[in-house]
Design a protein around this ligand. Structure first.
Ligand SMILES: [Zn+2]
Length: 383
């Protein structure tokens, strides 16, 4: 009897031990899986519904801009959360509340957002005009563009003590907008890519008239420290478009178009990042990158690291580029691009980019031939 009890006890102990081992094994497995997931980037997307509360935004015959913006913003976020795995969506407002203009970009900066998307609806005196446009930060190239930015910045006037809060910036004075002509928009290229993806989705998915990607001095885009766009979904001054903008169907289509564009943008950038990581893993036997073959740009294909863009020409002194001495200028589409390093292989360029990431977090590898930027994918395929 006693030996049976001992056997039973032993058996119980053995079972406990097996269970314990199983638990330890499972938890190791799970922690391993977690570590793997953690390496996949989570994209923090801030969606900003323009206006709100005492600021109605543009006022149409049957609608107020603030309500349209909020409905589309919430729906866009919902689509993103439902359909894209690695996103975290944050909203500057989720209800009909007033928010100071400067708090919107600050919210995105504070949360280390990867993208900032401000959603608006347009106003113009001519009721025949309709269509969608997406804006990026930059100096306005004509009076109409300046007017759109002025209109969207005007809300500042509803705030107390706006002159102090906005460093003397007066949304109604054209002189105030001169500061935007000298600024450097580090995220111009990414913002343009996102903006043009949104425009093509709005056109193809939602059947909107494509009024293009435009630039002007919007305060919300000026203050953000990540790729940022402002979408003017349509004109509430056009009776047909206003009807579309207030309808559930119209809001669904517009939100769906914006969501798809963000999804495609994320995939595009993730794909580029994956190219660099997978190549780096293969890199075990290649020599130290410090003996990289840095030579001036010649007519053969080279990989360089773009560190800055500017609408105005800059002199190539190290002071202008955080001490970098080998900066070259490449111009394309009214824009001066500045790049450093020059490598014959993508791998070396990617490694160098990682090295300077702390100094230029937004730097990325570009392919250059005959002093012209060529599509990276084409360059990689050509080898
Ligand atoms: Zn607006």
């Amino acid at each position: 009897m006693s030996s049976e009890i001992i056997n039973d006890k032993e058996r119980t102990n053995n079972i406990r031990m097996i269970k314990l081992i199983a638990v330890i094994f499972m938890s190791l497995l799970i922690s391993g899986m977690k570590a793997e997931n953690a390496s996949e980037k989570t994209w923090i997307i801030v969606i900003d519904a323009g206006h709100g509360g005492k600021d109605p935004g543009a006022v149409g015959k049957i609608s107020r801009e603030k309500n349209i913006n909020l409905a589309i913003a919430l729906k866009t976020g919902e689509y993103l959360e439902q359909n894209v795995e690695n996103v975290s969506v944050l909203y500057t407002r989720k209800t009909d509340e007033f928010m100071e203009l400067r708090d919107r970009p600050e919210f995105a900066n504070k949360n280390n957002a990867d993208l900032f998307i401000s959603i608006h609806s347009n106003w113009i005196s001519k009721s025949t005009i309709k269509g969608s446009e997406t804006w990026i930060m930059g100096p306005a190239q004509n009076d109409q563009n300046l007017e759109v930015a002025m209109k969207e910045n005007e809300v500042i006037l509803l705030e107390d003590d706006f002159s102090t809060k906005y460093e003397g910036f007066d949304p109604k004075s054209p002189e105030s907008y001169i500061m935007f002509t000298v600024m450097q928009n580090t995220f111009r290229q990414q913002s343009t890519l996102l903006a043009s993806t949104i425009q093509s989705q709005l056109k193809n998915r939602a059947g909107r008239i494509d009024r293009g990607v435009k630039q002007a001095g919007f305060w919300v885009l000026y203050m953000t420290t990540m790729p940022s766009v402002l979408v003017e979904t349509g004109f509430i001054t056009n009776p047909d478009e206003e009807k579309y903008l207030v309808s559930k169907e119209g809001q669904d289509y517009i939100a769906s178009a914006i969501y798809r564009a963000i999804r495609d943008y994320i995939n595009e950038i993730d794909k580029k990042t994956n190219i660099s990581t997978s190549k780096e893993k293969e890199q075990v036997s290649t020599p130290d990158s410090s003996v990289s073959d840095r030579v001036p740009v010649v007519d053969e294909l080279r990989y360089m690291i773009q560190i800055a863009t500017s609408a105005v020409k800059k002199s190539l002194t190290p002071d202008n580029f955080k001490g970098f001495k080998d900066v070259v200028e490449l111009s394309s589409q009214n824009l001066f691009r500045y790049a450093t390093g020059s490598f014959s292989s993508y791998q070396q360029a990617a490694e160098y980019r990682n090295k300077i990431e702390a100094i230029y977090p937004d730097a990325f590898v570009i392919a250059v031939k005959n002093n012209k930027i060529v599509p990276l994918q084409d360059a990689l395929n050509s080898k």
